[in-house]
Design a protein around this ligand. Structure first.
Ligand code: 4AD
Ligand code: MG
Length: 433
């Protein structure tokens, strides 16, 4: 007899199989017990009938404890009432690992309690579905950039410089010197683009942001493509193609997970149609002012969550907001050719209130301009000599962007808060477990 995973059940209808499982819930009467089972590949039901298995085994099944592990042997049947579509009629049980009183019960728990038990909470259905979708998005990312001719160039995590500004850096000792945890791999990807043309990085990034919002993590994963001989307009086309590819990947490969999350695939299908709308920062300001909902709003400010939500809701699609004021963007962005108050950049705002999922720009190529901007930003030129070398030796127009994986997962899975989009979230007040 074959030992299989739950996810393979559909290939074994009416056949005898053996599966290693954990118990997530149970209910029983005098004659029949329903065991809710999981094995990390899917969730389904095991049915055990006293008259079929005898008194002793039936009793053992009824006594099983939440999250106890065991093998079930039995016959797979279709079960049209469940999301999964199959169940197992159990003929034997072999117990593997006992379980103490499991702290996460089917009743509602508060968020702090669940976060304290994140190592166990990951076993529950909703968390399973989110992590599987996250995994699909990672898989699709590699497929997409591979098919587009990018190579993955890994950026260091320990760095000596600060691309996105100095206030959010995590400091650490590097022997007798100072180092910082990377807040973006971008500058290294720019070096990569000059060496390998189209590159991307995918790694953890760190921001000591004191903001406690449903969109901010202290540690998050970012995908950062960088392309040589490329202006911003072409970069926007890659960005929207990539985002639509992520959504399509989830639609193709995660229908079961979307069902577990009650996330309507019809809503997601809208986001696979390109192009996404593009508006300028100036137009965005005008729209927000005309709405009457932001009486205080003036040209020059950065958008917060309410402004981003309003803009993307207006289009009901992801929307690019282009060319923000220079004063609120980092030093490396290309200045506008005819205006000195804005830079050539764009943020992609997700609909349904999820806000910015991508930040990107064309990069400044002029060495003198960059040196000025580095000084203006209060950074040390000496730390950036290697970066300036990229302009000294065959500088070319180049553009890139960064997609925050967890922001995108939160949006695509339709979650309230970003903390559930990463296995072990690092938040302002949380580094356990
Ligand atoms: O807009 P950001 O700061 O851009 C950069 O870091 C650029 N160097 C990227 C590039 O051009 N290579 O961050 C990029 C994205 C944001 O759009 C957002 O999705 C995500 O990273 N992000 C965060 N996600 C979770 N928690 C945080 N604290 C985040 N900060 C940024
Ligand atoms: Mg940004």
């Amino acid at each position: 007899m074959k030992t299989i995973s739950i996810i393979e059940a559909k290939k074994y209808v009416d056949q005898q199989v053996r599966i290693g499982v954990w118990l997530t819930n149970k209910r029983s009467s005098g004659k029949i017990a329903f065991l809710q089972l999981r094995d990390g590949t899917a969730y389904f039901q095991g049915v055990i009938v006293k008259n079929e298995v005898g008194e002793e085994l039936f009793h053992e099944a009824k006594e099983l404890r939440l999250e106890e592990s065991f093998y079930v042997t039995g016959t797979i049947h279709e079960d049209s009432r469940s999301h999964f579509g199959y169940e197992i009629e159990i003929s034997n049980l072999e117990r593997v690992g006992e379980s103490e009183d499991y702290p996460i019960t089917p009743k509602e728990h508060g968020i702090d309690f669940l976060m304290d038990h994140r190592h166990l909470w990951l076993r529950s259905k909703k968390q399973f579905a989110i992590m599987k979708i996250r995994n699909e998005m990672i898989r699709a990312t590699y497929e997409f950039f591979n098919q587009e001719g990018f190579i993955k160039i890994d950026a260091p995590i320990l760095t000596g410089s600060a691309p996105e500004g100095t206030t959010e850096l995590f400091h650490t000792k590097y022997f007798d010197r100072d180092a910082y945890l990377s807040q973006s791999g971008q500058l290294y990807e720019e070096a990569g683009a000059m060496a390998f043309n189209k590159v991307f990085s995918f790694g953890p990034t760190f921001r000591a942001e004191k903001s406690k919002t449903r969109r901010h993590l202290i540690e998050f994963w970012m995908i950062e493509p960088e392309m040589a001989f490329m202006h911003q307009e072409e970069s926007l086309e890659i960005q929207e193609k990539y985002v639509a590819f992520l959504v399509q990947g989830v639609l193709n490969n995660c229908q079961y997970e979307l069902k577990l999350l009650d996330r309507d695939p019809k809503v997601l299908e809208r986001y696979t149609k390109l192009p996404y709308p593009r508006i300028s920062y100036d137009e965005a300001i005008q729209m927000l002012q005309d709405s009457g909902q932001f009486p205080e709003l003036k040209w020059g400010v950065d958008f917060g969550s309410p402004e981003e939500t309003y803009l993307a809701e207006h289009f009901k699609l992801p929307v690019f907001v282009m060319n923000y004021p220079k004063s609120i963007k980092p030093f490396y962005m290309k200045p506008h050719p005819t205006r000195d108050d804005v830079v050539i950049c764009a943020d992609l705002l997700a609909p349904e209130g999820y806000g910015e999922i991508i930040g990107g720009s064309e990069r400044a190529t002029d060495t003198k301009y960059l040196i000025e901007q580095i000084k203006k930003a209060g950074l040390k030129q000496a730390d950036y000599e290697w970066y300036l070398d990229l302009r000294r030796y065959g500088s070319v127009p180049h553009s890139g962007f960064g997609l925050g994986l967890e922001r995108a997962v939160t949006w695509i899975t339709g979650q309230e808060h970003i903390r559930e989009s990463i296995p072990f979230p690092r938040l302002l007040n949380r580094i356990y477990p």
